[in-house]
Design a protein around this ligand. Structure first.
Ligand SMILES: [Zn+2]
Length: 179
């Protein structure tokens, strides 16, 4: 059995795919992908994600704000915890992390780091693993994972494109790596 730990079923363009969600999920099942985690990147998509996750037994959901997502009011760790408890289908916090690639020239590293730390606090509070995105930010990602004690809950570093040294440090801190 395969588990897709990172998909965005709520973002699929069914018109372009000339398909629908039922067919896509059946295709995945035929290929032995028996469970999927539909990952949130912002909070306004959550109702849509939950509608999907609550409709299909094999689909689960996560709550989080992608590092490049711009919002007017930043959610607190408490707000993330309360959203994460709003459905039995929510099994993880994320995606969260740091992305300095798409923000080059913009001075927003500090709020990205604060947002990332808030997600780790939320994950530790509600005991749900983290889905971490990191791009051109491996040093700061590892530093924050360690300083906020993310290893106590663990999770996955998704879409991993860093070096073996970074992978080793993540693995030592109770994280999986996904390619
Ligand atoms: Zn993603």
């Amino acid at each position: 059995m395969l588990v897709d730990s990172h998909c965005h079923l709520h973002m699929l363009d069914f018109k372009a795919l000339a398909s629908d969600l039922d067919s896509i999920i059946s295709l995945a099942m035929e290929q032995d992908v028996k469970q999927m985690l539909c990952v949130g990147t912002n909070l306004q998509d959550l109702p849509k994600i939950l509608r999907i996750a609550e409709h299909y037994d094999q689909i689960f959901a996560s709550v989080g704000l992608h590092p490049n997502e711009e919002v007017e009011t930043e959610p607190t760790a408490e707000q993330l915890v309360s959203l994460a408890s709003s459905s039995y289908k929510i099994i993880a916090i994320g995606e969260t992390g740091l992305d300095y690639y798409r923000t080059e020239g913009k001075d927003n590293h500090q709020w990205q780091q604060q947002r990332f730390a808030n997600h780790i606090i939320a994950a530790l509070t509600c005991r749900k693993p983290l889905i971490v995105h990191t791009r051109q930010a491996r040093k700061d990602t590892l530093a924050i994972l360690k300083s906020e004690r993310a290893g106590e809950i663990g999770g996955v570093l998704h879409c991993f494109t860093e070096d073996w040294q970074t992978a080793k440090e993540a693995l030592e801190n109770n994280f999986y790596i996904s390619f």
